[in-house]
Design a protein. Structure first.
Length: 151
């Protein structure tokens, strides 16, 4: 009887710990996003191909801008991704890749704040695997484009 009571308490506290750990990770992630995301309005981003030589009369300056971000996963995501990876599900890094690419684009926009428009924008993501079982994988995102300033 004592074994059942202690087992139930153990499972309850384990679930409570996992839920509070996830909540703290989400709050920390939101604080980091708010810290680097105060300015979203300028410059505008375009992913369509542009020929800058056509606009020579109106373009004051253009330069290449790049930004790279490496994001490490929290331990709860590592355990979840290892479990899903075991069953060969292909979408086990989808949210993390989107989050890393969003951070890379925001960082690229912050480096080109004097520009009016960023054209030919591309984002590349990759996963840097660790060799150990419970060591977190790192997610790398690189955003690059051409920043244009008009007269």
């Amino acid at each position: 009887m004592d074994f059942i009571i202690f087992g139930g308490l153990f499972i309850f506290f384990l679930c409570f710990g996992i839920i509070s750990m996830k909540r703290n990770e989400r709050r920390e992630r939101e604080k980091r996003f708010e810290a680097i995301n105060p300015i979203l309005g300028k410059p505008l981003i375009s992913t369509e191909p542009h020929d800058i030589k056509e606009w020579k009369a109106t373009v004051k300056d253009y330069k290449k801008v790049t930004a790279s971000v490496i994001v490490s996963q929290p331990i709860s995501k590592v355990i979840k991704n290892r479990w899903v990876q075991f069953f060969n599900n292909k979408k086990y890094y989808e949210k993390e890749l989107k989050r890393a690419s969003k951070l890379a684009v925001i960082k690229m926009k912050n480096t080109a704040m004097e520009a009016h428009l960023i054209v030919n924008t591309r984002v590349q993501t990759s996963i840097i695997r660790s060799g150990k079982l419970l060591e977190p994988d790192k997610i790398c995102a690189i955003a690059y484009g051409t920043a244009i300033t008009y007269y």
